[in-house]
Design a protein around this ligand. Sequence first.
Ligand code: SAH
Ligand code: SF4
Length: 348
Amino acid sequence: MNSKAKKEIREATTEELSVLLNDLNEKPFRLQQIHEWLWMKWARSFDAMTNLSKNLREELALRYEFRAITVDHTQQSSDGTIKVRFKTFDGHFIEGVLIPTTDRLTACISSQIGCSLTCRFCATGKMKRVRNLFHYEIFDQVAILQEIAEKNFSKRLSNIVYMGMGEPLLNYNNVLRSIDKITSPKGMAMSPSRITVSTSGITKQIRELADEKVKFNLAISLHAADNAKRSKMMPINDTNTLEELIDSLDYFYKKTGTAITYEYILFQDVNDSETDAANLVKLCRRIPSKVNLIEYNTVEDVPYQKAGHESLDKFITYLQKNRVNVRVRRSRGKDIDAACGQLANKNN
Ligand code: SAH
Ligand code: SF4
């Protein structure tokens, strides 16, 4: 059997593994052990599966392989943030970030290699989309960041955000399969309320998430509450307009009961006026929601600048006066380009 014909072991079905174990005269409980190695102990090689006989490991390796993600490079910021450049089995690079704060330890992970969307302010948006990540590649990022978290901070991850490279809802099935394993009691057993998927607003898939009654949080990269401005920053708005987006979010809220988070980067003289704030307030009244004002991380060759303190203060005051639940998300890991939207796998 050449290696091309081998299947990723984490794509194997329970049925097919049972048949194989039976053919090999192995006891049925071996199935449970294999499952535990894959999803509860995050094995990324057959050698790691030490309670299986050498013979069984060899038989598995004859038929299956791991297309696991590996760590290519790690950098730590002066604020404790750790950025990891991962390498895929086929030689591509993606990035993940571990962000420690006083009460949280958050893993920010990628869902695609590059991104097909071209948001003007985003470093990933300047790359071509190479391919979707497989569900086990998304899972591997979390497992590896979890291992780094335990080693560096002696703590488990408290939160996972799909805010690295790529548009998660354009890799819908793999993202959902990864979340299934992360939240399963027979996987990482993490609460879905600790997971946030961030999207530029793909309305068709937001409705699908609603129909599936998902339990994780949804964050929308809004950045402007009027169509003309939003389309200029985010071309996806041409085909998924604000009206359609709000309708889909209304549907999502009705089906799931989960409030929406709007992400809003404040750009100087672009989306930081009182009219912009008033539009945002109006939009926030439509569905139970909160706003994260994100500090912009400068990206090369981008015509936008981060708003100054004064306009940030005014904007916040206006939102608060109008009873919008708003928080400011300061940039982390700036000195190592590990902040939101800066993950573009520079060769550093
Ligand atoms: N594609 C998804 C998830 C990845 S981007 C999305 O667009 O939501 C994650 C977040 O980082 C988004 O809110 C995005 O708007 C924001 N972002 C992109 N570039 C940024 C930058 N340079 N500084 C700060 N936030 C940025
Ligand atoms: Fe893609 Fe999100 Fe960046 Fe837009 S902000 S280009 S959707 S990664």
